[in-house]
Design a protein around this ligand. Structure first.
Ligand SMILES: [Zn+2]
Length: 382
């Protein structure tokens, strides 16, 4: 997708407020985006969305997934005397919550800037309580984000208070746009989930409500903390696993095959294949519930708004990485029928190597007399 077009979409989507359980603005945008392109949208009872693109026949379906939330605050009781208690939803260490820091409260009364007043002395690992000082009333159920620029783009980066995972949602909307505009022959379902940051609730819900097609290869798209061996600007990352687990090897091999061919055809296209263990992702949940789940991610700066020196800043992603991710996902959709072929090819190659060397292996085998006691599985010995 052209840079100007991608950035224009980024400015619209990343401008929207979001937090776990409060994804309504993002969900509305996605729904309108899909309907404007004639793509059917379904929601499950948990509020996860599925957008479908189908053109041509005989294509193996592929599923993509991204989450619509970002770590944020939720007001847990109506404000009183200019103060409101909030709970922070998502994983950010306590030391980043400085007294006086600005947050933006979003509620029925509109938006207002508030400040962190105090942190009640409770176990942070159990409940992240933060008391805010406000100018206007806030109500239970309002939510808040860090008061950072919603979205800023320069030559190299998109900076936003919530790249994780609105940049993933952006990549998937751009994918749908590319498929629709170029009338690509493919069969794609894109699932947008809720409340990932509080323990993959949306993804679990989408499994239980059967929103996720069960047998198709599935690729979750996330931003993931930049790592020394997985830098920004070096292209999309085929994520072989996360902090919790590795993913479906067949999906990973398929993704790598698509990427390798793309890199051959387009010398500007770059990609990486890495274990991204800086965090966990929805593929872990899907994979351990029997889905054929793999993942692609984009290296992220200031993960969960955590910047150097314990400060809270915008997250950022490399624009080239994002563009190449879209280019890659279009290819993944287009080449879905290769999904079974790639692992089979590896098996055939290994068999061929063995057949070639078999004779020599046999003829050079040292003559070993096998004792009766030595027969049996090796692990049984001793
Ligand atoms: Zn996150």
């Amino acid at each position: 997708m052209r840079r100007t077009q991608l950035l224009s979409l980024a400015r619209q989507l990343l401008d929207l407020p979001t937090a776990p359980y409060h994804e309504e603005a993002v969900a509305r945008f996605i729904r309108e985006f899909a309907l404007a392109r004639g793509l059917p949208v379904r929601a499950d009872k948990f509020g996860n969305l599925l957008v479908r693109y189908r053109r041509g026949r005989g294509h193996r379906p592929v599923v993509f997934m991204a989450h619509m939330d970002h770590p944020g605050f939720e007001v847990i009781e109506d404000s009183e005397g200019g103060f409101a208690m909030t709970r922070f939803l998502g994983n950010v260490p306590r030391e980043y919550f400085r007294i006086g820091a600005r947050v933006r409260v979003i509620g029925g009364e509109g938006e207002q800037v508030a400040r962190i007043w105090s942190l009640p002395d409770v176990d942070w690992s159990r409940e992240k309580l933060v008391r805010l000082r406000l100018r206007k009333p806030a109500r239970r159920g309002d939510y808040a984000m860090w008061d950072l620029p919603a979205v800023k783009c320069n030559h190299s980066f998109i900076r936003s208070r919530a790249c994780d995972d609105l940049a993933g949602c952006l990549a998937l909307l751009a994918l749908l746009e590319e498929l629709a505009r170029n009338r690509v022959s493919a069969h794609v379902s894109v699932v947008f989930t809720r409340a990932e940051e509080v323990g993959f609730l949306g993804a679990m819900g989408a499994i239980k409500s059967r929103l996720v097609p069960p047998t198709a290869p599935l690729v979750s798209i996330e931003t993931s903390k930049e790592l020394p061996h997985a830098p920004m600007g070096a292209g999309p990352i085929i994520r072989v696993g996360d902090r919790a687990t590795t993913f479906d090897a067949r999906v990973t091999m398929f993704l790598e095959d698509v990427a390798a061919r793309l890199a051959k055809a387009d010398r500007r296209f770059r990609y990486q294949r890495r274990l991204m263990d800086g965090g966990a992702c929805e593929s872990a949940v899907l994979y351990h519930n029997g889905f054929r789940a793999g993942a692609v991610c984009i290296a992220l700066g200031n993960y969960h708004n955590q910047a150097a020196g314990g400060r809270i800043r915008e997250e950022y992603v490399d624009i080239g990485d994002l563009q190449q991710t879209v280019q890659f996902l279009v290819e993944v959709a287009r080449r879905s029928n290769d999904f079974e072929r790639v692992p089979r090819l590896l098996k055939q190659r290994l068999d061929l190597i063995f057949e070639r060397g078999r004779r020599q292996l046999l003829s050079t085998a040292p003559a070993v007399r096998v004792h009766a006691s030595a027969v049996g599985p090796v692990w049984a010995a001793g």
